[in-house]
Design a protein. Sequence first.
Length: 656
Amino acid sequence: MKSLWNEEEAKQYTDELGMRVYTSQLLGRDTNLVLHGGGNTSVKITEKNILGEDVDMLYVKGSGWDLETIDRPGFSPVKLDHLIKLANLKSLSDPQMVNELRANMSLASAPTPSVEAILHATLPFKFVDHTHADAIVTITNNEKGKERIQEIYGDRVVIIDYIMPGFDLARLCAKQFAEQAHEKTEGMILLNHGIFSFADDARESYERMISMVNEAEEYLKREGAWDLDFSGAAATPPNIESIAKLRKDVSVTVGKPMILSTVSSDKMMSFSQRNDLATISQQGPATPDHVIRTKRLPMLGTSVSNYISQYESYFQTYAKNARDEKTMLDPAPRMVINKELGFISIGKTAKDANIVSDIYDHTIDVILRAEKLGGYRALSGQDIFDMEYWDLEQAKLRKGGSSPEFTGEVALVTGAYSGIGKACVEDLLAKGAAVVALDITPEVTTMYSRADFIGLECDVNDEAQIKNSIKKAVLAFGGLDIVVLNAGMFPGGCQIKEMETDVWKKVMSVNLDANVVLLREVYPLLKASPKYGRVIFMGSKNVPAPGPGAAAYSASKAALTQLARITALEWGGDAIRVNTLHPDAVFDTGIWTEEVLQARAKHYGMSVQDYKTKNILKTEIKSKDVAELVSTLCSSSFSKTTAAQIPIDGGNDRVI
Ligand code: ZN
């Protein structure tokens, strides 16, 4: 582990809080120190209040902020002398503690201070850094963890036996620090939890953290417990129907659709194929605050019902000893490991699922290195339970209020790179769905860079590409709930007497044939949708009201509409709803350039604006309007509707 301190970067920060921001971000940049909101930092600053009086404040990381991206507003200023007095109380309940922290801030809009604020306050140094460094938890999650820490650091660190974070930990640390610390004390190790470093200078505190963690890493190397080999894992072909079935079982248990993300890295594959998997994976997390993301144990095998009964007995065993009455959380796993599927992480959103796999990626290193050191020993079931059911941890998960409508659902859109398809992608993402965008344009792969989106270059007329795209969708998100059949082509005006056979065939192939293949392939996945599958067919006004010169387009869309009706009949028994939209005159798409629009308007002797609003409502129809209707049709408002054909054309007298 190396210091990431950079003199040029550091120069941007001239004040104490600025330095705190900078070195906090440096800690956050190394995932071997902290992951996804883990760890916390503080700085003690004397400042003037509104009355012009000097007040000592503790600026401590606000709850919910991530060290990697934290900035000034992420630190909550709390009155330091009050925090130190609190540490002398005999007891303080969690709600009382949170109230005291919030009520003693000097900035009403600041986030709730970290639950470790009192601990930070009691350490008599300007800067305090706290991480859950992999190397430290590797050594302390071990039978002889404490002896090894003593061996590495001698009396340069104060060692604290594990107790749960919160007031009691702060009080214990304050007491032990006062008793044991001396001039040469550089840090504090919390067994099975993490490490604190401190100093009166930001850089010194940060670099002490780095050098102490580095010593732990060097120790692991000396003990032959550092190098890990993940080569040689057998590649197993993913079974997408099994994954979709697993997703349904998990989602039904949670009570809402969940995202399942399959990670087939060498590390995950190799770990999932180990002979000792059933022992080493069933000990518990590397540091207790992972439990709210990962649950205590990953599920092995494929039986969700077995996992549920194990979780229920875990709950019943440990809830008895809790201080207050607990309500059981959903008993579904957040991680699944088995030889057939590899490693699957589970979350309410794709981002949550990724957090779980990031955490377990590090946990595997911790477990395997601790095994080489004599055996991985996580905290007891009771300690993990207490953390999982700690109100203050649960509050972190509840943050953010209610979720958008399609949260946890997966939508696939064809012809997704432009026009109506692109608008559908945007609208579905905005409404919480994870989206798989298919398009023949290669740039579809880089449309967005976000956890809940994958763009796949795909020629819908190529069966192999369709199958491969669907496989990728299931590996990324676990299944499919919504399919929007939007890809289509309009070859330009052409009378039948001049129709070229190839053009006719091409239009039929893109607008009709490709959809039959896609429907066949997505059927088992839509059938396994946790709520119900939904298919939207993009028809056309030309179906009920065709015009001359568009034979191929109109005939293909009419056949597509008939295909939709039959799909609705065949799949209704599987609770899959199939509806068709007939848009007209959507001019903000790729085929309608300003030039073409002007030519068409001129042809009718109209202005472009009149031409665009040539309908009964005299309104312009945009891609966005069609996309919103697609989402609405997929929403629960239309849960009793299938085989509907809905115009979105501003009203057309020929259709009416
Ligand atoms: Zn911690």
